[in-house]
Design a binder for this molecule. Structure first.
Ligand code: TMP
Length: 254
C-alpha cells in the first residue's frame, strides 16, 4: 500500500488523504473512550465491525435518498468517503429516555418519550461538548438556518428509517448521535450525513429483554462488550465472513 498522509486522528477513527481529490480514507480503530476520554480502553474487533455496520447503514440510508459521505468500503478497517466540511454540532435523537437525558431530567431509563426529541451539542472537547440550542448554532455561524432545516429533516428521516430497520432484527433504537458535513460540488453545497453510525454512537437494546448491545456496556463496565457489537452485526446479517478474528486488519501506513 502506498504511503499516505494522515490528516486527523480522533478517538475512534483516523482520516487519511484519499486516492483522489475530494476523497478521504476513514480508518476504524479498536480504541474506545467514554466521558470525554477520561475512560479509555480497547474493544477488540470493534473497528472491523463498526466499519461494516456503518457501511451497511449508510448504504441503506443512501437507498432511501439520504445523502451520505460514504463511497465504498476498502477493506476490513477502512472506507473511502467524500471529503466534507464537518459542521461542529453533534445531533442526538432520543426515542426512549437514557443516559444524559435521564440524568439531567430525572426520567427513568427506559421511559418512552412522548415524541422523538432532537438535541444539539457543540463539538468541543475542551468544553466537554456542551449542549446548545439552534439559536447558538445559527447565532455563532456554525450552521445557517437553512442548513439546520436540512439537518432536522434528515435526522428525523434517519431516525424513522433506522428505528424500523433495527426493530426488524429485534433491536430497539433508544437514541443515537449523528454528524453532518457540507459537501461542495462546484458552486453547490449539500448537507450530507458524515462520521459513522455504529454501536459506538447509538443505544441499541434487545427488543425483548432490553439488554444493552452498544457502547454503554463499555461505559458502564457491563462486560461482554465485543460480543454485543458482534451480535448487532450478526442480526443485521453482516458479520464479516472471516469473523473478527482478523482483528489486526491492514497495517496503518503513515
Ligand atoms: P448521552 O445520553 O450520553 O447524551 O448520549 C446520547 C447518544 O449519543 C447515545 O446514543 C450515545 C451518543 N453519544 C456519542 O455518540 N458521543 C458522545 O460523545 C456522547 C456523549 C454520546
Amino acid at each position: 500500500m502506498a504511503r499516505r498522509r494522515q490528516l486527523y486522528e480522533g478517538k475512534a477513527k483516523i482520516l487519511f488523504e484519499g486516492p483522489e481529490p475530494g476523497t478521504l480514507v476513514q480508518y476504524f480503530k479498536d480504541d474506545a473512550t467514554a466521558f470525554n476520554a477520561q475512560k479509555k480502553g480497547v474493544i477488540t474487533g470493534k473497528g472491523v465491525l463498526n466499519n461494516r455496520i456503518s457501511e451497511y447503514l449508510m448504504q441503506r440510508l443512501g437507498e432511501i435518498g439520504i445523502p451520505t459521505h460514504f463511497v465504498r468500503r476498502l477493506n476490513m478497517r477502512e472506507q473511502l468517503i467524500r471529503e466534507v466540511e464537518i459542521i461542529p454540532v453533534e445531533v442526538v435523537v432520543r426515542n426512549v429516555a437514557a443516559g444524559s437525558l435521564s440524568a439531567r431530567l430525572g426520567i427513568q431509563e427506559g421511559t418512552r418519550l412522548p415524541r422523538s426529541i432532537v438535541e444539539y451539542y457543540y463539538k468541543n472537547d475542551a468544553l466537554n461538548d456542551p449542549m446548545v440550542s439552534e439559536e447558538h448554532i445559527t447565532a455563532f455561524g456554525w450552521a445557517h438556518p437553512a442548513d439546520m432545516d436540512d439537518i432536522v429533516n434528515l435526522t428525523l428521516r434517519i431516525n424513522d428509517f433506522l428505528t424500523g430497520l433495527f426493530l426488524g432484527v429485534g433491536i430497539s433504537l433508544i437514541d443515537f448521535k449523528v454528524e453532518f458535513g457540507r459537501l461542495w460540488e462546484n458552486e453547490d453545497m449539500r448537507i450530507v450525513l458524515a462520521d459513522e453510525i455504529s454501536p459506538d454512537n447509538c443505544r441499541l437494546w434487545d427488543a425483548k429483554t432490553n439488554e444493552k448491545m452498544d457502547k454503554d456496556r463499555f461505559r458502564r463496565d457491563l462486560g461482554r462488550v465485543e460480543e454485543a457489537y458482534q451480535e448487532v452485526a450478526r442480526r443485521l446479517g453482516i458479520l464479516p465472513e472471516a469473523g473478527v478474528r482478523d482483528v489486526k486488519g491492514p497495517e496503518i501506513m503513515q
